[in-house]
Design a protein around this ligand. Structure first.
Ligand code: XMP
Length: 514
């Protein structure tokens, strides 16, 4: 395992992902973890992430010198680099010379482990105020910038390396190569970690955990719950029962996908609960977004508990386990625990009440989203499920601005199906993160269709690109694709006479409208 020490910026997750892209297993630990505890994990290498502080700021995170003396290869990036420099006796000055953004890096490759085979001049992503002016003793300086004399240093004998910039971000053109050089050449690791290992390992773990008892799993139609269920099914077969609550807020064809394709691919036992009536009744007259979310979350749990009770009442071994598709970022983020603002109350389908009487089975706890997709693929799940774009738990209920009714849902389902069909036909599914299609049910505008005046509703297209949904940009879709979607929606969907494009990034807009 490579440990990525998180100094409190958003970089650690990205670094951990990049390490895994290099086929080396990585885990994130907080910088507050005592060094002895880190070393007790027996790490193959340690990476120190960037962070928001100056090494000279009061209360700035520090590291024990021991970390560098344990014989474990260490790679410091940005803040991690400066910390390494100051801890080992180099000089870091507050020069006032800030560098931020894309910066040209001058590389000296002779004898460099990190930069071998990369260009003498490369573009890197910088974000710092302090600058290292002298490397610690025993280190050779292998890169500089116009502003910073020491932008990279290396000590092969001690296997300690550092760079002032962020090799993990896309804008550092040879960043991945430099990271791999550290892992393979510096730390001597071999790229052997694959999702195949994960499946084998998890199947064994799940069998051990569940024994001859039973488990249940809520399916949402999303990638995570589907892959978690497929993995558990592989491990314990008929001891698993899946529950799918059809709340009537799904998109066209999605319920069928779970009922048919998923079952066909996995052979899982599935209990489908048709709860459309119940949800629509509960949502009647409600147009406030947060209220909708709360109602949907509450009803969902009730229906799920009911289904659960029925399964438990079946004759058969005790049902003691609940399968959840928790991913690594959820685990890392909930470990972070600092009070972030509640922007929207996210409702996780399958999210359960606190008085939980089950043990959790969470086979995806160590995986990133792209890895979950690879596992799903390897388990033989169809592409429509594995490559599915994110879709919110409350479904179309939060894509109708205004009251949610059956008629409006049907209308939105049609418009959404057209948009999806055309985006897929244009080969754009992998370019966009997701494309919510929103019905402005409380808005009407005048139009002319055929020979007559219409007074219909607008449909909003919200295509976005993103890496993790925390931030997003609106996707620059080709005009002809937009034109086709617009023409088809206004022609084919009754009561819609206008299609508009949302050109807002996140922030300030969230991805969903509610
Ligand atoms: P926002 O709208 O907050 O969405 O920018 C970020 C991402 O989360 C999805 N989303 C949800 N997913 N339950 C979910 O499982 C929810 O209640 C929920 N609300 C938003 C949204 O589709 C986007 O991918």
């Amino acid at each position: 395992t490579v440990l990525v020490v998180d100094f409190g910026a958003q970089y650690a997750q990205l670094i951990a992902r990049r390490v895994r892209e290099a086929r080396v297993y990585s885990e994130i630990v907080p910088s507050t973890m005592p060094v002895a505890e880190m070393l007790a994990k027996n790490p193959a290498a340690i990476i120190l992430s960037g962070g928001p502080s100056s090494v000279y700021a009061e209360g700035a995170p520090r590291l024990d010198r021991e970390l560098f003396e344990a014989g474990v290869p260490v790679f410091g990036m940005c803040y991690g680099f400066q910390l390494m420099a100051t801890t080992l006796g180099g000089t870091v000055d507050n020069t006032g010379a800030r560098e931020y953004g894309r910066t040209p890096l001058h590389v000296s490759k002779s004898g460099s482990t990190l930069f071998e085979g990369t260009p003498d001049e490369q573009s890197v992503w910088m974000s710092h105020g302090d600058a290292c002016s002298a490397a610690p003793e025993g280190f050779s300086v292998t890169a500089s910038t116009d502003v910073v004399p020491v932008a990279a240093f290396e000590n092969d004998e001690k296997r300690l390396y550092g760079v002032q910039y962020h090799p993990e971000v896309m804008h550092s053109t040879h960043g991945q190569q430099v990271l791999e050089h550290f892992l393979y050449r510096g730390a001597g690791l071999t790229p052997s970690w694959t999702t195949g290992n994960v499946i084998e390992e998890q199947v064994a773990v799940i069998r051990e955990q569940v024994g001859d008892r039973r488990a249940i799993c809520g399916l949402s139609g999303g990638v995570d719950s589907a892959v978690a269920a497929a993995l558990v099914q592989k491990a314990i077969g008929s001891q698993l029962t899946c529950v799918y609550v059809d709340h009537g807020l799904m998109r066209k064809g999605e319920t069928e996908q779970v009922e048919k394709d998923f079952v066909a691919a996995t052979g899982v036992q599935l209990k489908v609960v048709d709860a459309e009536e119940r949800f629509l009744t509960a949502l009647k007259g409600v147009s406030d977004p947060e209220e909708k979310r709360k109602i949907i979350g509450r009803e969902f749990i009730r229906v799920f508990e009911q289904a659960q009770a029925e399964i438990i009442a079946d004759a058969g071994p005790e049902v003691s386990f609940l399968v959840q598709g928790t991913l690594y970022p959820d685990v890392v983020e909930s470990g972070g625990g600092s009070g972030t603002a509640n922007i929207k109350s996210h409702h996780n389908v399958g999210g359960l009440p606190e008085d939980l009487e089950f043990e959790l089975v969470e086979p995806l706890r160590k995986l990133f989203k792209d890895e979950v997709r690879m596992v799903g693929q390897e388990l033989g799940l169809p592409d429509e499920i594995v490559q599915r774009q994110p879709f919110p738990g409350p479904g179309l209920g939060i894509r109708i601005v205004g009251e949610v009714t059956k008629e409006r849902l049907d209308l939105l389902r049609e418009a959404d199906a057209i948009a999806r069909e055309e985006l897929t036909a244009a080969g754009l599914d992998r370019d966009i993160w997701q494309c919510p299609v929103v019905l402005l049910a409380d808005v009407r505008s005048v139009g002319v269709q055929g020979d007559g005046r219409t007074y219909g509703h607008p449909i909003v297209l919200r295509p976005v690109s993103s890496e993790d949904a925390m931030t997003a940009d609106w996707s620059r879709l080709p005009y002809d694709v937009l034109a086709k979607i617009s023409t088809r929606i206004t022609n084919e969907v009754a009561d819609v006479n206008r299609v508009v494009l949302d050109v807002t990034s996140k922030p300030p807009g969230t991805i969903e409208w509610e």
